[in-house]
Write a new protein. Structure first.
Length: 208
């Protein structure tokens, strides 16, 4: 069955490729700031679904996948920073503290309009990094396209990731919960064609 990813995110395309499935990618047309929900967890799921339906009329048939990541720090959503100043401020706020990541994923069958959706969650603990480490980080990595201003897979030489540890799935933190997606696709009879957990370990250094 044809698979369409409602995202041009390089990270999501990379992760979906780990499953060995052939797919096409098309950018969604959702104004994410205009979407409201009762909670940040609900918002992640709502956005995943809206991304699918924003492109559904552009595809002929197949399964359409949408996903969205929300960073929740003490009940406040931390989106992508508007500039490096805001990125520094966010990283200082997260330093030595814990936050939640919600990642919604939705799959819709264009032909039958059958829709399934789940929201994965992972608790993340950040290291007590210095201001100097923050400077190295914002100057060496593209932080402006990342919710919370960081990515767990980006590492500073001699220091490693800004993340100390987490409780949940590594692909949820990256922005595409493959374990949840695998279960949703199975409802449509689609199975992963490669051992994505092994690929995850090779690419990130983390066990799933």
């Amino acid at each position: 069955m044809k698979i369409i990813l409602a995202s041009e995110s390089p990270r999501r395309k990379q992760l979906l490729a780990w499953m060995g499935l052939k797919f096409e990618a098309i950018e969604h047309e959702v104004d994410e700031k205009s979407v409201k929900a009762r909670s940040l967890k609900d918002l992640a799921g709502e956005l995943a679904l809206k991304k699918v339906y924003s492109v559904i009329d552009k595809v002929g048939s197949g399964l359409i996948i949408g996903s969205d990541l929300i960073v929740d720090f003490k009940g406040k959503q931390l989106g992508k920073p508007k500039d490096l100043k805001e990125a520094r401020k966010t990283l200082k706020m997260l330093r030595d503290k814990t936050h939640m990541i919600y990642c919604g994923v939705a799959v819709v069958n264009k032909k039958t309009d059958e829709a399934v959706m789940s929201v994965a969650e992972t608790k993340v603990k950040m290291k007590n990094y210095s201001d100097e480490i923050i400077e190295q980080y914002v100057n060496n990595y593209e932080v402006l396209d990342k919710g919370g201003s960081y990515a767990i897979q980006d590492k500073i030489k001699g220091f490693g990731s800004l993340v100390k540890g987490f409780d949940g799935g590594i692909t949820t933190i990256i922005g595409f919960p493959l374990d949840y997606l695998e279960n949703l696709l199975a409802e449509f009879g689609v199975k992963s064609e490669k051992n994505w957990k092994k690929k995850c370990k090779l690419e990130t250094g983390y066990e799933y």
